[in-house]
Design a protein around this ligand. Sequence first.
Ligand code: SF4
Length: 360
Amino acid sequence: MKQSVEKERVPGGASSAVHPVSAALLRWYDAHGRELPWRGTRAPYAIWLSEVILQQTRIEQGCPYWERFMAHYPTVEALAAATEDQVLRLWQGLGYYSRGRNLLVAARQVVAQGGFPRTVAGLKALKGVGDYTAAAIASMAFDVPVAVVDGNVYRVLARHQGIDTPIDSTQGKHLFAALAQEWLPPSQPAAFNQAMMDFGATWCTPRAPRCTDCPIADTCVARHEGTIASLPVKAGKTRVRTRQFHYVYVRCGTATALRRRPAGDIWQGLWEPLLVEGDRALLQQAVRSIAGKGNAQLVLLRQGVRHVLTHQLIVAHFHLLDCGSFTPQLPSGYQWVEEADLDRHAKPRLVERLLALLPR
Ligand code: SF4
């Protein structure tokens, strides 16, 4: 269902067409918008940081991270001067660590060019900044009239307009982006984008939308046609790959073996104990080759720990190999680290779970 467009007065005296649905959502936002720590700011650094942290992260989980980053690195210059290890250490627990690495690269890009770019195209040239993040920063920091389209916006548009074109198809992406842009009042891009995202996140929610007190219910196609539960439509089901990880915590006196995870796989740059990926035969072979004729015993601490990622399911098995005073030959890439220094190394959450099981 298409809405008519009416004329409204906008600040500054100019006349601009404001979609009636947009006007209703802006009024709703005034009364019900979320209180978020970065809402009062127009600073591109604070906005960019919040957007990167909140990608694939719930807002309750992301807020403390944003506050911690702002406290450690109050400016983009301060962040750019950090090391990758320091940033990953602060990022630890958020997952999707490439975001943390990209954050640092982008901060250095910004500093090198003397400040944040003020256009969508300029922002998209920063590492890790895609269409969504660029639109969010451009509209909220610089008032560029560009609509953001995130999962919440897809849901509101699909339901209100009764659109069943898959949101993950090329056609769907173009269609929804054009529709969001059509609704965007050019004079209020920041407020409107925040209104759409907040409305989707708190009112038009996936499972329990508040249709009875919804400000745009009268014109909501999905409500009239009874299709709320089936919208929006997603076409592709992502195939999930299952991997078996045997983590062996090798203890040698007061030291343990760690390596930094290599490029081209999950958790790049984070630290982990000896990893054997595959079945138990591979594990035994690896243990034999490092322990040799020593009498170190492999102890199973826990098996079958499931760790779910977007496209992978890791089934992990945790082991301890206590070598006592015998120093085994480590496979290439691993190094000895004093156990007292473990906290200084950024690690995946799965490894933290192993560390919590270790006998002291
Ligand atoms: S009526 Fe319900 S489904 Fe439609 S926009 Fe409002 S909250 Fe969403």
